[in-house]
Ligand binder design. Structure first.
Ligand code: A3P
Length: 300
């Protein structure tokens, strides 16, 4: 099942509720049992992020690393959200991420999730699957998520910026607390060696360097020229203009309100945070982010 329904059929925006201690909507919990019973294969690769952390960027990079040479036709025919299905997304009679994964004929299968680490189906750990986690600094992540929620009809109504700002800090948005998410996955990395934890800011700073690190982690040996080409193809403007990567074919998003590929910058938060909000945010951040080994850059 692919995402195919007309804008007229869209249901009202969903309500947020507490689900095992995490704020969620029914789109990501309705198939909980089914998703928890997902049977991973040892060569599956899970791409995990908090929403708006750089999921699509890394998904597209991985897809190119694995399939650019062997299946070039993918690049012009299959949108990224069908190549790298969103495991837990379930829209009754319209879309099932799990079914889409199970219908993939590629090897490896690339699978996207926004689950906090404690929600990941057990089979991924049992099979010792490789996992790529991407994290983005909280301030830019918040701004990106706010714009996304304004234009995405399957997200709860974000309200105005100042109320969104407060709810982000309280974790009262879909997938809950950013702070818990990035910390939970960081902690997992200490005990699970098949997890590559990367940062959005590093990708903006030097995409090729980060692609090299990904190749080492995944055990891929591409030529320097192939990697350079991929790095060029995934720069923001190229992805923004690429209909297979920019979500323009996705029916639940209204690009007249805000495009999916919005700015792709580090530091855009400065155009949104007031001075007072920034001070309040920093104060609160110190209380929530106690692990000195996990550091984010809010500018580069
Ligand atoms: P902005 O809203 O700040 O522009 P996700 O894929 O996790 O939903 O994240 C989307 C965010 O990543 C958006 O951020 C989007 O513009 C940014 N992004 C996607 N591809 C990018 C690229 N190639 N370079 C820089 N940013 C990119």
């Amino acid at each position: 099942m692919s995402l195919e329904f007309g804008k007229m059929d869209l249901p009202p925006r969903p309500e947020l509720f507490d689900f095992h201690g995490v704020s969620m909507t029914h789109y990501f919990t309705d198939s909980w049992e089914n998703v928890q019973n997902f049977k991973a294969r040892p060569d599956d690769i899970l791409i995990a992020t908090y929403p708006k952390g750089g999921t699509t960027w890394v998904s597209y990079i991985l897809d190119l690393l694995y399939f650019a040479k062997t299946s070039p036709e993918r690049q012009t025919s299959i949108p990224i959200y069908d190549r790298v299905p969103f495991l837990e997304l379930y829209i009754p009679s319209v879309f099932s991420g799990k079914d889409l994964v199970e219908g993939l004929s590629t090897s490896p299968r690339l699978i996207k999730t926004h689950f906090p680490v404690q929600f990941v189906p057990k089979s991924f750990w049992d099979q010792n699957c490789k996992i790529v986690y991407v994290a983005r600094n909280a301030k830019d992540n918040m701004v990106s998520y706010f714009h996304f929620d304004t234009m995405n009809q399957i997200e709860p109504d974000p309200g105005d910026w100042s109320s969104y700002f407060r709810r982000f800090m309280e974790g009262k948005i879909v997938y809950g607390s950013w702070y818990d998410h990035v910390n939970g996955w960081w902690k997992k990395k200490q005990t699970y060696s098949n997890l590559h934890y990367m940062f959005f800011e590093d990708m903006v700073e030097d995409t090729e360097r980060e692609i090299n690190k990904l190749c080492s982690f995944l055990g891929l040996s591409l030529s320097a020229e192939e990697k350079r080409q991929i790095s060029g193809g995934v720069q923001f403007d190229n992805m923004k203009n690429n209909n297979m990567a920019n979500y323009s074919t996705n029916p639940v998003m209204d690009f007249k309100i805000s495009p999916f590929m919005r700015k792709g910058k580090v530091g855009d938060w400065k155009n949104h945070f007031t001075v007072a909000q920034n001070e309040e945010f920093d104060e609160d951040y110190k209380k929530k982010m106690k692990d000195p080994s996990l550091q984010f850059r809010t500018e580069i």
